[in-house]
Every structure is written in structure tokens, then in C-alpha cells.
Design a protein around this ligand. Structure first.
Ligand SMILES: Nc1ncnc2c1ncn2[C@@H]1O[C@H](COP(=O)(O)OP(=O)(O)OP(=O)(O)O)[C@@H](O)[C@H]1O
Ligand SMILES: [Mg+2]
Length: 279
């Protein structure tokens, strides 16, 4: 990376740069460009000389143990935290979805989505976004009457209504049940295909990261410590390549899997060291 940034930046003007190994392309305008970024709270350094590049329209997932600094990085890219003159480039047009929907309970669903929109078409735009996430029938509902999955979908509609160039997702599916989560994956992928924002998805779920992302990163000791490019076609079926990537990522997260044991077919005898058996 020989590019010298002209000045510290946290704004939307893209620049032509060499994306290097993380970005994949050799020359492009990055959506996100972070160079040697350090963030500390008191004496605790959370992010240390961190480099990150995200190409426009790229879907990146970020894994890392609890407390490794994922949310801190996301907040930095969202412009919510100071960058102290360091080199951080992110589009001005960006939106964040959190683990909880954070809807204002005293505003109807469409008004939550239209929050901050100006112009007479605000209701129409909110309505279109809510229809896209399958909530066209709940426009006038109160947030308290939504299910957890519906509330998260409303939060996604609120994020998408401004057509952000960067969508920041901080464990957005962590609080929904497994079936809803699968539907949310499909929804996010279809919205991503249609609107093509760059996405940074923070998750603890390795399978979710491999299922959704073009590239999976592991944050450790303040830096991007590992990277896996996922070239598998979508939908991803969990086949051998998926499993190999999964194993490597889990290894980077400190989880070593035992050698997989073949699942017994029906009626097969499994012998246990104790001598007991299960049929
Ligand atoms: N405003 C703050 N003041 C002091 N310490 C903070 C602040 N924000 C974050 N930290 C600390 O920075 C570290 C990283 O926090 P962060 O929330 O980024 O972790 P995380 O990777 O998102 O964790 P999790 O997976 O649990 O959400 C933690 O040790 C946290 O206590
Ligand atoms: Mg977090």
C-alpha cells in the first residue's frame, strides 16, 4: 500500500487507491479505507494500527471474541466516535442496524422509518422501504406490537430508506430465533443485491459470516488478524469448502474442533469406551 492519503478524512469523497490484498482489486475507489488506526480508552488500547479496506458493494463480515473491538470499529466507521485526525475514510451516506431495533415507541412504524427524512415524499419512501422488508401491512402499527423479527426488519427499512453507500450491521440477528434468522439472511442478501451498499456485518456466528459475506475478517488484538475470501456461489450449502473455511475461522477464534465423527445411520451400533452401546 503505497498510497499516501492527503489528509485525515472521515467523509464521503472516494479516492482512487490501490486496495491491496484485502480489497482484491488493484485500483478502485474504496468505500471504506482505514489506515493504521488506533483507538484506546484510558490505558486500554482496543484497536491498534488497524488497516481495513472495503470495496463499494462488498459484503464483509467481522468476527472476533467479545471485547475485541468490533463495535468500536463499527462506531468509528459510523462517525459516532472521534478519529483524532487519523486516516479513516467512510461514505457520508451510511446507516447502522444494531442488535436491538431501537424504534421510538411513541412513533408509528412508518414514522420511525421516515425519521429525519425531509420532503413531502417521506411517507412514500418509508412505505416503499417497509414493503421491501415485508412490512407493508404494518405501516401504522406501534413498535410495541411488532415481533422481534418484524422490529428488526423495520430497523433495516429505516437504514435502507436513505440508500446508504455503507451499511453497518452490529449483530443484527443475534436476538431473533433460528428460523427468523434464516429469513433475515435471505432478506439482507436480496436487499444487498438490489441496493448494492458496502456492508460490514459484525457477528459472533461463523456460519452466518460464511453464508453471507464476500470476505470474512477476524479482529484480534486490535488488528485484522485473519481474512477469508468466500468465493462460493450463493446460496451456500455448507459443503466441504464451507466446512474447511469454517474450521480455519474457528481456529483463528481459538475454537479447535474435534475430528468430525460420522453421523450414525439408523439402527447403527455405536460403541462407547465404557463398553456401553447405543442402538
Ligand atoms: N466508551 C468506552 N469507554 C471505555 N471502554 C470502552 C468503551 N467502549 C468500549 N470499551 C471497551 O473496549 C473494548 C472493546 O469493546 P467493543 O464493544 O468494541 O467490543 P466488541 O468486540 O464489540 O464486543 P462484543 O462482542 O461483546 O459486543 C471492551 O473492553 C470495552 O469494555
Ligand atoms: Mg459489540
Amino acid at each position: 500500500m503505497n498510497q499516501i492519503l492527503p489528509r485525515p478524512i472521515l467523509r464521503g469523497k472516494p479516492m482512487a487507491v490501490d486496495l491491496g490484498p484485502q480489497g482484491g482489486a488493484t485500483t478502485a475507489e474504496p468505500s471504506v479505507l482505514v489506515r493504521s488506526f488506533t483507538r484506546q480508552f484510558g490505558d486500554t488500547v482496543v484497536l491498534r494500527d488497524l488497516d481495513l479496506t472495503i470495496a463499494p458493494g462488498e459484503f464483509v463480515a467481522l468476527l472476533g471474541r467479545s471485547g475485541s473491538g468490533k463495535t468500536t470499529l463499527l462506531r468509528t466507521l459510523a462517525g459516532l466516535d472521534p478519529v483524532d485526525g487519523q486516516d479513516v475514510l467512510a461514505p457520508e451516506s451510511r446507516a447502522v442496524v444494531y442488535q436491538d431495533a431501537r424504534l421510538l415507541p411513541w412513533k408509528r412504524v412508518w414514522r420511525n422509518v421516515a425519521l429525519g427524512l425531509s420532503g413531502r415524499d417521506a411517507r412514500n419512501r418509508a412505505e416503499a422501504a417497509l414493503k421491501e422488508v415485508g412490512l407493508g401491512h404494518r405501516l401504522d402499527a406501534w413498535p410495541a406490537t411488532l415481533s422481534g423479527g418484524e422490529a428488526q426488519r423495520a430497523a433495516i427499512a429505516r437504514a435502507l430508506v436513505r440508500e446508504p453507500k455503507l451499511l453497518l450491521l452490529d449483530e443484527p440477528f443475534a436476538a431473533v430465533d433460528a428460523l427468523t434468522r434464516i429469513r433475515m439472511h435471505e432478506l439482507v442478501l436480496s436487499l444487498w443485491r438490489k441496493h448494492a451498499p458496502a456492508v460490514l456485518l459484525v457477528t459472533h456466528d461463523v456460519d452466518e459470516a460464511i453464508t453471507l459475506a464476500d470476505r470474512v475478517l477476524v479482529l484480534d488484538e486490535g488488528r485484522i488478524a485473519a481474512e477469508e475470501r468466500i468465493d462460493l456461489p450463493r446460496p451456500r450449502d455448507g459443503g466441504p469448502t464451507f466446512q474447511a473455511i469454517r474450521r480455519r475461522l474457528l481456529g483463528r477464534l481459538g475454537v479447535e474442533l474435534a475430528t468430525p465423527v460420522a453421523q450414525p445411520t439408523e439402527g447403527e451400533l455405536i460403541a462407547y469406551p465404557s463398553g456401553k452401546s447405543l442402538t
